[in-house]
Design a protein around this ligand. Structure first.
Ligand SMILES: CC(C)(COP(=O)(O)OP(=O)(O)OC[C@H]1O[C@@H](n2cnc3c(N)ncnc32)[C@H](O)[C@@H]1OP(=O)(O)O)[C@@H](O)C(=O)NCCC(=O)NCCS
Length: 170
């Protein structure tokens, strides 16, 4: 499997909408994304990413053999956290279990540490998101603890985990 990450292109919109039109994916993300997720929603997202501040937003398409199968983004935080960034990602269900998520996380983190001054990348999966926790562990992230009752998703109060990956630059 040839999994890569690359900048978004407007023509990726239909593959992106296909990938994200899945309740199982939305159930593991923050609220606010449209569902169903149309091609026009995907175009809007890609345009926003292409026009975003290049020092704050690092958004990539995840591809297998150059077909978009997912999305990954690293988003710099503000104020005293300006050298910290949050990681988010998803992979289209038909590609689950083939290592694409792990490969994308490793590539995105390497890119960030090699090309920016960010020293901490974190992710906050829901505690029951075993696949995401496993990806983070396989990518070298350390679980720093459980954020108890940290979210309400689909009407249910849930715990999240705090995972981080540190670059020993300074
Ligand atoms: C989480 C997600 C990105 C995983 O993508 P993927 O490409 O299938 O991930 P990988 O194939 O690289 O690895 C998944 C790992 O989790 C394991 N896994 C998956 N489901 C599991 C389960 N229910 N119990 C135990 N392990 C599980 C797999 O076996 C694999 O580990 P292994 O390589 O040691 O066997 C994908 O399921 C997804 O997009 N989910 C919805 C969105 C989401 O959760 N995003 C992350 C928010 S923090």
């Amino acid at each position: 499997m040839d999994c890569k990450i690359r900048p978004w292109r407007l023509e990726d919109a239909s593959c992106l909408s296909e990938a994200l039109n899945n309740k199982k994916i939305h159930d593991n993300l923050r609220d606010g994304l449209p569902f169903p997720y149309t091609v026009s929603d995907a175009q809007e997202y890609i345009m926003a990413m292409l026009n975003s501040d290049i020092d704050r937003t690092y958004a990539f398409a995840v591809t297998i053999d150059d077909k978009v199968v997912g999305s990954i983004g690293v988003f710099r935080k503000d104020n005293i956290h300006f050298r910290t960034a949050e990681l988010g990602y998803y992979i289209a269900e038909s590609y689950w279990g083939q290592g694409a998520g792990t490969s994308a996380v490793k590539q995105a983190c390497r890119y960030i540490f090699d090309n920016t001054d960010i020293i901490r990348i974190y992710a906050e999966p829901f505690v029951d998101n075993i696949a995401s926790c496993r990806i983070l562990e396989k990518s070298g992230f350390v679980c720093e603890g459980v954020l108890r009752k940290n979210a309400v998703k689909n009407g249910k109060i849930i715990d999240m985990k705090m995972y981080s990956l540190i670059e020993e630059k300074d």
